[in-house]
Design a protein around this ligand. Structure first.
Ligand code: UD1
Ligand code: CA
Length: 453
């Protein structure tokens, strides 16, 4: 089967410089969702018809299995499909999808394809409460489809029809070519309507069949920011309910956003207002506190992520405690039972099993062994203004509070670093390291006071 995705329209009502089909839903362009769904049907040809913002669209969704046909002027949906014809295999049917209708399920499309098979013309229709603006499905007394009439061309009686054209159709390709070539634009909008192909098919003795989606939202398109926001909520509700069905506990299914894929083990619980981006994996018994943002991360079984933790790439082992207010950046790797507490940032660094950095710390470009205690206010000074250097710390090191480690530097296993030390030279195994300084106390000091007025 061929699949053609129409995406040449401008989307004036989005009031945006970004082409409509590139506006994100769940963090990805609308068109990317349609392409994903198309791929699940394994088309032999996948063609996207582009026009407005063609180069941006090409760049955003280009892939080896996607071909583009450019429609220079938007002369109508029929004209748009015509532009794709040279790229299609005429021996198999063609399914037409819309780049701004992102939530159609593959199961619905399969139903339409089954109904049409390779010789019939199939239209995905849906009956709605308010059909305003849509093409209406006109049937004869026997219930057979006679034609599709656009809102602007419809009579009073036709406007009362509530079964509408979703726009999604499937057709034998060779005949579609002939039918499209015969279209006229003598209608209210002066466009070459794909919908007029229905009458051509009937004239040619080809049966026109219809199929319906499981849910109306599958056929909703995006023409404005209001509709985009509505579809985002529908999509997020679907994702949340799928998580619930899979056994995940959500404090509130209306307050989670998944912009990518979220895989969860058994007995995972997620508190309110969490955002998951990219590819996130949560092991068994992971609990996520409220207001966490987690992107591209893998979190091991039994790990607790407390409130306001921000992860932008990283791996945590089993039974780790993260947060509240922790930040993991790309390349952070935490061993089992590690603790990363409030206002601790870890970037491109490994923390071994059971190591703890509980308060106010920056660990960057470091290799930290097991059971290391990182005191409050510890900073790895990894950047000299031009280059990044590594800090290497052995197992069982105790780092006193307010320590600076000036990289490149190596601290041997079992070392004790006194509070307030700047370590700029390597330290041998088991040593105590401190900076000599003297505490001085003076008597008779009088602290300045504010004058009372
Ligand atoms: C179309 C259908 C209508 C249906 C409705 C469903 C026709 C004539 N009408 O109407 O029956 O109820 O969709 O939403 O087909 N596009 C192009 N090039 C063009 C024109 C459109 O690529 O020259 C693309 C648009 O980017 C959009 C899609 O086709 O993704 C639909 O176009 P639009 O103008 O929104 O069609 P409607 O008037 O809504
Ligand atoms: Ca439309």
């Amino acid at each position: 089967m061929n699949i053609v995705i129409l995406a040449a329209g401008m989307g004036k009502r989005m009031r945006s410089a970004l082409p409509k089909v590139l506006h994100p839903l769940a963090g990805r362009p609308l068109l990317a969702h349609v392409i994903d769904t198309a791929r699940t049907l394994s088309p032999t040809r996948l063609v996207v018809v582009i026009g407005h913002g063609a180069e941006k669209v090409r760049e955003a969704v280009g892939a080896p299995d996607v071909q583009f046909a450019v429609q220079e002027q938007q002369l109508g949906t029929g004209h748009a499909v015509q532009q794709a014809l040279p790229l299609l295999d005429s021996s198999v049917p063609t399914l037409v999808l819309y780049g701004d209708v992102p939530l159609t399920r593959a199961s619905t499309l399969k139903r339409l394809l089954d109904a049409a098979s390779s010789e019939r013309y199939g239209v995905l229709t849906v009956t709605v409460d308010d059909p305003t603006g849509y093409g209406r499905i006109v049937r004869d007394a026997g219930g057979a489809v006679r034609k599709i009439v656009e809102q602007k061309d419809a009579s009073e009686a036709e406007r009362r029809i509530t079964e509408i054209n979703t726009g999604i159709v499937v057709s034998p390709t060779r005949t579609l070519e002939q039918w499209l070539a015969s279209l006229k634009n003598d209608n209210a909008q002066g466009e070459f309507y794909l919908t007029d192909v229905v009458e051509r098919a009937i004239e040619a003795g080809v049966e026109v069949v219809t199929a319906q989606p499981d849910a109306e939202w599958e056929t909703l398109g995006v023409n404005s920011k209001v509709q985009l926001a509505e579809l985002e909520r529908i999509h997020q509700r679907n994702v949340a309910y799928a998580l619930l069905e899979a056994g995940v506990t959500l404090a509130d299914p209306a307050r989670i956003d998944v912009r990518g894929t979220l895989e969860c083990g058994a007995d995972v619980s997620i508190d309110v207002n969490c955002v998951f981006e990219g590819r996130v994996t949560l092991g068994d018994n992971v609990s996520i506190g409220p207001n966490c943002v987690i992107r591209d991360a893998s979190i091991g079984a039994g790990t607790r992520v407390d409130a306001y933790t921000h992860i932008e790439g990283g791996t945590a082992g089993a039974n780790v405690v993260l947060g509240p207010y922790a930040r993991l950046r790309p390349g952070a790797v935490l061993g089992d039972e590690a603790h990363v507490g409030n206002f601790v940032e870890v970037k491109n660094a490994v923390m071994g099993r059971g190591s703890k950095a509980n308060h106010l710390t920056y660990i960057g470009d470091s290799d930290i062994g097991a059971r290391v205690n990182v005191g409050a206010g510890t900073i790895t000074c990894n950047y000299d203004g031009a280059n990044k250097h590594r800090t290497v710390i052995g197992d069982d090191v105790f780092i006193g509070s307010d320590t600076q480690l000036v990289a490149p530097v190596r601290v041997g296993r079992g070392v004790t670093i006194a509070a307030g030390t700047t370590v700029w030279k390597d330290v041998g195994e088991g040593e105590l390291v401190l900076n000599e300084k003297h505490q001085v106390s003076k008597t008779g000091y009088i602290r300045p006071t504010k004058k009372k007025v």
